[in-house]
Structure formats: structure tokens, C-alpha cells
Design a protein around this ligand. Sequence first.
Ligand code: ADP
Ligand code: MG
Length: 566
Amino acid sequence: MQRLRSILQRIDRKGYGAYKDLQGSYDLGPFTLFVDRVQRDPFAPPSLVRVRTKENGFEGALFGNGTRRVAFEDFLTRAVERALRRAVRGNRGSGGSGRMEIQRPSQVVLPRSSMVVEDGYVEARMAVGLPARGRSVDARGAEAMLLEELPRVVREALLPEGVDSRAARGHVETVEDADDLRRQLPGLGLVAYVANGAVLPRESGASDRPLGEGAVPFRSPEEYRVSVTLPNGGEVSGMGIPEGVTLVVGGGFHGKSTLLSALSWGVYDHVPGDGRELVVARRDAVKIRAEDGRSVAGVDISGMIGALPGGRATTSFSTPNASGSTSQAANIAEALEIGTSLLLVDEDTSATNFMIRDERMRELVQKEPISPFIDLVRPLYDSLGVSTVVVVGGVGDYLDVADRVILMEDYLARDATARAREVRDAFPARVPPGGSAGDVHAPRGRRVRASSIDLRRGKRETARGKGMHTIELGRERVELSYLEQLAEAGQTEAVARAIGEFAAGNRSRGVAEIVRGALDAVAENGLDSLGSFRGHPGELSLPRPQEVAAAINRIRSLEAATEKGA
Ligand code: ADP
Ligand code: MG
């Protein structure tokens, strides 16, 4: 502590660059402070520090297995975030002076690099704006931040005395239960599960927090009721959605999209209080939507598409500007390529001609390359074992291809399968679906040419996230706004680094191989190992293979071709 003080005294009022002398580690009593990187000036990206406690005094049950450890790290990150808000004064001068931040988690629980819980210590990684007056060192301000504010944060969020142990236990147990429930799905023949009492609607279209007043809690229809036993919560009852083709129908504004969206987030665990703690789906579930204008590189859409205009190859389809329906077909092919057992499709975000072609259009328009989804859902399940939950409000022909029908009415789910059968018999579809699909087969995998990704930007090489929805690779910006299952900016950053590593390696590889390689390395060596690119060690969250692949697939310069004989 003395050493830190004397350095600060020595550099007070000197040029900002003198802060460089702070680099190193300091014994501050109950914890060690590591100053890893010092910013060049008050306007540059903040300095990077870690605080590591001398011991881990938390009860072992909080981090006794992998799932619990991730959950506890998530809990502590949130605790630090709150403590920072209480303890840090904030603006102390020019630029980012006085700021102190930790990664901001979303509603879901993910492995992140902001926090490390080991048997012998707890470590938080933070960004600090070292304070300046104009462009010179403000030692008094820095002392207040590092020797008063920071120790208070450690006391209130990283040492057992300051942490609410009941809340910590609840957090860890909630996550463990969700994880266990998700693991039970295949054995129960289910693709998704919604516990009774779950709160699905969100506060607003711009917020992922639960709707407060007026939320109708979920209640399972009798027909789909499944009881499960969870390690901490004991017996729980709710709606199990079996494998196969499930239709969600209902009038406008009755809660269909809300249910589907909750299922799509069910690939992740949620924090206590979210309302969707026990809403889970297969971890590889992919929401499929239209995305006209996206680029497509060498995707095998032959399983879904007949002849394209001009005799263009469908086994290796490329376009800089996909239409609504071809983008949706490509999205499915890419999801199958990386691997999925559940597709989630909402009429609201689908291209009409992708969903259906009615009798008159089939008659009038002979040259239609794309098999509508209604012709694909059955073969997708029957031949490839890929289930679908599809929301439809307008297209009754889907009744012909569904294994079951869930009707949303006044935000309540009912089983409408029997009634749907009666309707189907009374009003048969004049063109039986399935006609134009032919055989649906899995798409061939692609090899990606690393050299088609150019990381150069001026004299530097860059591969980084810009917020949650954009990745910057050299001079290209990859647009990810339509990836509905990307949860937070930390995932985007991790994806950017994984792509950066592949591009720098300059070897051509298969898409699945790139993704698995990157995520296997993370599983083995931790998130910190992702990328040698400059950046905060504490701003990464673990992405799913599906989102890593989706980001690669959206690189406009990407050159990819289907592998022969695969
Ligand atoms: P649909 O897709 O059937 O048209 P949405 O799912 O978009 O309907 O829901 C319509 C509105 O109702 C949204 O504002 C949503 O937040 C709200 N909502 C959905 N489910 C519930 C619920 N269980 N309780 C209260 N409000 C809900
Ligand atoms: Mg809707």
C-alpha cells in the first residue's frame, strides 16, 4: 500500500504517461491489486486491473461443480456491479477519469472472463479510468479510487462478510436446477419445457426484464403436463413440448411470440427473478427468421430448393443479397450444418412465401425454386430428427403437418390438437403439403478460406466486437442484429476473437471445425485464452457454437465451398 502511495506521490501532476509506473502488483491487505495495462491518456480505453482476494472464504458448496462455479462467478460479477455503483464516485476529470466498471451481464448466466473463482482466491477483472486534470496525473483522485473505492468494492462483493450467502446459494441452486432440467429433456422425449408459474412476457420490447404488473403466469394444459424432479427445487410441474412438429396458434396479441421467444432463450440459464428460470429448450435450438439482404457463401441449400434461375448451383449457393425466403432457407441449412435438434419459427419474422404457397400460386407460378417450409417440417423431423415449434396465426394448412397444436388464448396455453383434427377433416387442404419437398437431406459441410477474411485496418489488425450486434474484422463490419439468441456483448467479443484467430492462422478449414476448435480450446484453457488481440481480459462471455457459426456465415467477404464427397 505504501509503495502504491509513494508512486502516486512521485507522479502527481506529471504528464499522464507517468501513470505507466503503476503497472505491477500491490499487496492491499485482504487482496492483491494487479495493474495490468495502463491507458495512454484519459480519453483512451480505460486501464485494466484485477483484484484477487488472499483466500476464498466462501462455502465450498457455492462452487463445488462446474455449473455451480459458473453460477457463482455470475453472482459475484453482479455483486461487484452493484458495489461499484454504491462505492464509485464516477467522473473525476477529463475523459474517462474516475470510471470503474465490470462487465455487464444480461439476464442469462454465462461463463465470463470478468470473474474467476478458484479454491484459493476470488478474482474480479475491471476497467478503471485513471483520473486526470487536463492531461496530467491526478494522484489524489487515483488514491481515492484505488485505496478507498476499490477496497470497499472488495469488502462488499468479494469477501464472505459482505456477500448475502442466502442469495448466493439461491442463485447457484436456481442455475443448477435449470441445467439439470435441460439435461433431462432428451430422456423425456422433450425438446422444451415451461414450468408452471413461469413469467414469459418482458417489460418492453427494449428490455429483457420480466413484465411486472399484469403478467399472467404460465399454466400447462393438462395434456402436456410433465412432472420432473430437480436437485434443489424438488418436484416441479409444467408443460413438456415433445419431439416432432408443434404448432402454436392463436389470435393476434394472445402471447404466441412471447412463448416462442421464451423457448428460444431457454437455451441459456436465467438469473433468479427473471421469470424464465425453469423455461428450458435443447441447448442447440435455433430460431430461424427471414433476413433479406444478408450475404450467403457457398451454402448447400439443395435439400430445400429446386432449380434456381440461370441454373445456379444449389449445392453451393452464394449471394451478396439474399431474398427473404432464400435467407431463411440458408439460415436453416447453416443451422443444420453446425448442428441443431430444434428449429423455432415465428410467422411474424418469416417470409410469407417461405412459409406457404397456396393452391393458386402453385398453379400460376411454375418456376418456384423454394419448397415452402410447410413441405419441409415433416421430412426435417422424419428423416433428420430435427423438431420444430412453429407459430402460425394465418396459415391453416399447417394443421396437416403438425403432431400437436397448442392454442394461446388470453395468454393461456390450451391443447387444441383434437379440435384441429376436426377442422382439418371438415376443411381439407386442396394441395396436400409435402409435394414439392422431395428428399430433405442434411447439407454438405463447407470449407472456409481463411485468406478471404482480411483483418488489416491501416497498420493494425483488428477483430473485435462493437457492442452486441456488430463485429469489426479489419475494414469489414459484420452485422449480427438478426441473431436473436445472442445474449450479450461479451459473446460478440468472444466470437470476434475466435474468428480473428482463425483468420490469422491462414488455413482453410470447415465451418464446424473452426467453431468446435475455438470452443474446445476455451473449454480446456478458459475464455482468457481466446485471442491474442489487445483487449480487456474481463469482457468475454461464452457464445454457443450456433452463434459463432452464424457470425462466420455473415462475413460478406467470406469465400466458402461445400466439401466434396462429404
Ligand atoms: P402474438 O404473437 O400472439 O401476437 P405476443 O406474444 O406478441 O402475441 O404478445 C402480445 C402482448 O402481450 C405483448 O405485449 C406481450 O408482452 C404480452 N403478453 C404476452 N404474454 C403475456 C402474459 N403471459 N401475461 C401478460 N402479458 C403477456
Ligand atoms: Mg406474434
